[in-house]
Design a protein around this ligand. Structure first.
Ligand SMILES: NC(=O)c1ccc[n+]([C@@H]2O[C@H](COP(=O)([O-])OP(=O)(O)OC[C@H]3O[C@@H](n4cnc5c(N)ncnc54)[C@H](OP(=O)(O)O)[C@@H]3O)[C@@H](O)[C@H]2O)c1
Length: 325
């Protein structure tokens, strides 16, 4: 198990027989694999799922095509999504799969029309309660979730400031996606740049990264601001994530700030249809732009995940494994 930063040497690629499918199961050909920063956290310890152990095949969200079905719910040829494995062929149970009838490029069902889009939509609007005229700050702003959060906030009539790590990302956010400003968490002037970009303070902070970025933004919150705790990327790639909240209550009390976590798969599963309808409508009318950062081939998954942890991705990182037949 990795003790510090994840490396490709922590992974092994093995060739094995295609798994046997039993009654009540389906055999799926994996087409697209989602690369999620949280996969590194799954190697640390049990989270919202049990920990991945040495020797396990890496789990991950994926799109697949049913190649053999021994259940009534699915037929060969169906396109499905589910929590599968970093494998070409995976046996799954029907209750763990969702049928997709694609109306847009299949990859969109891992990005804007997948967990990523739903996380941005419900996190910003339900947990953050972003309102017109408010200032919204989002970290990981040029990443999968953050780039959608910022655009939805603009549609909501908010002033939007993105936090990312490079001039290229800053330029993309402001020129292409319409963010009002973008600042780099790697610049020495980060704290001041954020203050200048948010002269009235931060009403909603959509936090994808935690760590020192969260500390910095907390210092710029407005009265009755809301912090949306979506993820903690800065603390995933280590066996010693920083713990402790001793100084936080004081900051929250002074400005009546609310800090609230959420897990989209548990908290909003019953409202996915609502979120997907909105997201699909915005994609169709062009008001939401989706950027997909695609690597080719199952064997690129380890470097894909390591890259996300280091910010090499722009938009939603995913792996193209195969095309549907
Ligand atoms: N709550 C939920 O239900 C839910 C669901 C899905 C995902 N998530 C969470 O959402 C977050 C974003 O996920 P994503 O898939 O959209 O990833 P992503 O934003 O596409 O990629 C992660 C980004 O984090 C940034 N980053 C990495 N290390 C950092 C550090 N030390 N300090 C600051 N930024 C750092 C990098 O961008 P820059 O360094 O360039 O900014 C990188 O591009 C993750 O925390 C994930 O766990 C939560």
């Amino acid at each position: 198990m990795p003790t510090e930063q994840l490396a490709t040497s922590h992974f092994a690629l093995e060739t094995v027989d295609v798994p046997e499918v039993a009654d009540g199961e389906v055999l799926c050909r994996v087409l697209w694999m989602s690369i999620d920063a949280a996969q590194r956290a799954w190697l640390q310890a049990a989270t919202y799922r049990s920990a991945v152990k040495v020797g396990d095949t890496m789990p991950g969200f994926a799109l697949a095509q049913v190649v053999e079905s021994r259940c009534a719910e699915f037929a060969a040829g169906d396109i499905v999504s589910g929590d599968l494995l970093w494998q070409d062929y995976v046996v799954a149970k029907p209750q763990d799969l969702t049928r997709i009838v694609p109306k847009r490029p299949l990859s969109n069902y891992l990005s804007a029309l997948g967990i990523t889009g739903l996380t941005a939509y419900f996190g910003l609007l339900d947990i953050g309660e972003a309102k017109p005229g408010e200032t919204v700050v989002v970290s990981g702003a040029a990443g999968a979730t953050g780039s959608l959060v910022g655009q939805i906030a603009k549609m909501r009539g908010c002033r939007v400031v993105g936090i990312c790590s490079s001039p290229e990302k800053q330029e993309w956010l402001t020129s292409e996606l319409g963010f009002d400003a973008a600042v780099s968490h790697r610049d020495d002037s980060f704290r001041n740049a954020l203050r200048e970009a948010c002269p009235d303070g931060v009403d909603v902070y959509f936090d994808n990264v935690g760590g020192t970025t969260l500390d910095t933004v907390l210092g710029s919150m407005a009265y009755r601001g809301r912090v949306v705790c979506c993820g903690v990327v800065s603390q995933y790639d280590t066996t010693n994530p920083v713990r402790g909240a001793r100084g936080v209550p004081g900051v929250l009390i002074v400005k009546s700030i609310t800090m609230r976590g959420f897990l989209v798969m548990s908290d909003f599963a019953d409202r996915y249809a609502e979120g997907l309808a909105a997201l699909e409508g915005w994609l169709d009318d062009g008001s939401l732009k989706v950027r997909e950062d695609i690597l080719e081939g199952l064997e690129t998954a380890p470097e894909g995940l390591i890259g996300v942890l280091n910010g090499t991705n722009i938009g939603k990182r995913m792996i193209h494994v195969a095309d549907p037949s």
